[in-house]
Design a protein around this ligand. Structure first.
Ligand SMILES: Nc1ncnc2c1ncn2[C@@H]1O[C@H](COP(=O)(O)OP(=O)(O)O)[C@@H](O)[C@H]1O
Ligand SMILES: [Mg+2]
Length: 180
């Protein structure tokens, strides 16, 4: 994958498959400290200890038909290429936290990509899941929470085309503010 936002989309899809009802995405860009961290937390089915040990190893998984280079191991490889790492903690029946760190200015650090588009895709296709997206850059922050939006919308679905366009624009504006 060429952009971090596509990894995020992929990792969040694990949370969706795990039947999460609440998914929190946090991106923290600390240019002066030269770190970029991405964390994805869900309240899905979680994993037991034994499985968790094998989960970032594409050669050792339960599925025998598995191809090499699945989501978590690809995200891990992207982080390690910059001198960073992927940490995952999970509890069966409680949820999962994936936390990935990158060296900000490393030549192999993938660009962030389009997070507004990623959030548009996620929210429009999963109306019953609550998404919280928190983006921090230096000392500024942007917070997007579908629970607040649903409260305002009432019966209107997040899949409504006008709403999905609005969500994308709203996030684009919020992220642009972080750079100003
Ligand atoms: N958030 C999560 N909650 C529960 N199980 C997960 C989660 N993320 C990953 N897993 C488990 O780890 C496996 C490996 O995930 P991944 O590396 O993305 O590959 P894939 O999704 O193609 O199986 C998944 O199939 C799933 O069993
Ligand atoms: Mg996956």
């Amino acid at each position: 994958m060429l952009e971090l936002s596509l990894h995020v989309l992929d990792i969040v899809n694990n949370s969706i498959k795990a039947k999460a009802t609440e998914i929190e995405i946090e991106i923290n860009e600390q240019v002066l400290k030269n770190t970029l961290t991405i964390s994805i937390k869900d309240n899905g089915c979680g994993m037991d200890k034994e499985f968790l040990k094998t989960v970032t190893d594409p050669f050792k998984t339960i599925r025998t038909t598995r191809k090499v280079g699945m989501g978590l191991s690809m995200f891990q490889a992207a982080a390690e290429a910059t001198g960073g790492k992927l940490k995952i903690s999970s509890k069966k029946g409680v949820g999962t936290l994936v936390c990935v760190t990158f060296t900000y200015d490393h030549i192999d650090r993938q660009p962030l990509g389009n997070m507004a588009e990623t959030m548009q895709i996620l929210t429009s296709g999963n109306d019953s899941i609550d998404f919280i997206y928190h983006h921090i850059k230096e000392d500024k922050e942007f917070l997007f929470d579908t629970r607040q939006i649903k409260e305002i919308l009432g019966d209107v679905s997040l899949a409504n085309p006008e709403i999905t366009m609005w969500i994308r624009g709203h996030i684009e504006e919020g992220l642009a503010e972080l750079d100003s």
